[in-house]
Unconditional design. Structure first.
Length: 383
């Protein structure tokens, strides 16, 4: 089979299974509304949970940072790319989350890949929740350390894996809030098990940081847990992009020496680091935004209780409606768009076969009438 035949066959298989992905060009609108072509839609697919991507203070600080530092960093942090703006953000994050050190990464994907690639060796073992993010599972599958997956949010399943002999180190991996289901990991139980077994726990809290816990400190803080490795990302509640790894002093120094994703990537622009510090201040003072988001979640769930589509048990900003069939999910997403509502259809391989769903995300920017409109259209759907 030639290269072209292989590529054509793979694309045809995606089309036939209704799992073909297409990007949609929009004219901006990461918050309450999104514009595509000449149409405006109420946006229920954004991870900008607190609406900070449109925050005037954050935007002004980014502009000020660009005037001071320019629009790029000029290189890796190990060359010339690490400046006072980055250092100040790392210190602020570490103090906020109660860790000795924080290290900035260009994305959450890069941070997760870097940790597993740098830390895990042959003879070690990775124990990952079955529904962990693709960045974690991909990095684990490429690691010299074998990957074992435990049942989703099931501490006893993890305990069974921890009970098996291992010559090296063991790292348990999970998320604070799962991106496709919107449910929370039982972090206290998982951490208790890993500590008792002499293992480490790594938590990716991309969808919890900024949204839950005191001052928005996230899922781990909310559950009274400080895992050995905490990954927080800035593309959700922070409204920007990038990520940070929180850890102890020796681990941070080790990563500076051996984390290739950190060493060989151009550092984030200093102006972005300035904006992230401003976003962090807004998060720390954002009780009103978090309260508004919780009100929106309650409003949606109360109105969705009698829907013909299956509502999950999520109490977070991620509110999936289960459909199952890929084509039916696409048809429902199109139906919503015809009524001015933008909701993404999530299908395999992002989720497991048979797990296609409408992934509804709620934000503090949504108004009560927005949610009522969404519920009105959903109640008119015949499944």
């Amino acid at each position: 089979m030639s290269w072209q035949q292989r590529i054509t066959q793979a694309l045809d298989e995606r089309r036939q299974s209704a799992t073909y992905r297409q990007r949609q060009v929009n004219r901006g609108g990461n918050g309450r509304q999104i514009q595509l072509g000449g149409e405006h839609y109420l946006n229920f697919s954004s991870n900008d949970y607190l609406g900070l991507s449109q925050d005037a203070q954050v935007i002004a600080v980014w502009q000020q940072g660009a005037r001071q530092y320019g629009v790029g960093s000029g290189g890796s942090g190990h060359v010339t790319g690490f400046c006072t703006a980055h250092q100040a953000l790392e210190q602020q994050l570490a103090e906020w989350l109660g860790y000795p050190r924080a290290l900035l990464f260009i994305s959450g994907y890069a941070a997760n890949q870097a940790l597993l690639a740098a830390l895990m060796q042959a003879g070690d073992r990775i124990l990952a929740d079955r529904l962990s993010h693709a960045s974690l599972l991909e990095a684990a599958s490429q690691s010299p350390a074998p990957l074992r997956r435990f049942r989703h949010n099931h501490p006893q399943s993890l305990a069974n894996l921890l009970a098996k002999p291992c010559a090296g180190q063991r790292l348990a991996v999970t998320e604070g809030v799962f991106s496709m289901d919107g449910d929370r990991a039982p972090l206290a139980a998982l951490h208790s098990l890993t500590r008792a077994a002499g293992a480490w726990l790594m938590v990716d809290d991309a969808h919890g940081i900024g949204v839950c816990g005191e001052q928005g400190r996230g899922s781990c803080w909310q559950q009274g847990v400080r895992p050995e490795l905490l990954v927080v990302t800035f593309g959700k509640a922070f409204g920007i992009s990038g990520a940070a790894v929180l850890c102890d002093e020796p681990t941070a120094e080790y990563l500076l020496q051996f984390a290739r994703h950190l060493i060989y990537s151009t550092a984030m622009p200093p102006a972005q680091a300035c904006a992230l510090r401003a976003a962090l201040r807004r998060i720390q003072q954002g009780d009103a935004l978090r309260a508004r988001l919780q009100d929106n979640i309650r409003r949606f769930r109360q109105g969705a209780a009698q829907l013909s589509l299956a509502l999950t048990a999520s109490d977070t900003a991620i509110q999936p409606l289960w459909v199952g069939d890929n084509q039916r999910t696409l048809d429902l997403a199109q139906h919503l768009r015809e009524h001015g509502l933008w909701v993404n259809a999530i299908r395999p391989p992002t989720v497991q076969p048979g797990g296609a769903r409408l992934r509804i995300t709620l934000t503090a920017a949504h108004q009560p009438q927005d949610i009522d409109r969404l519920l009105e259209v959903l109640h008119g759907v015949n499944v």
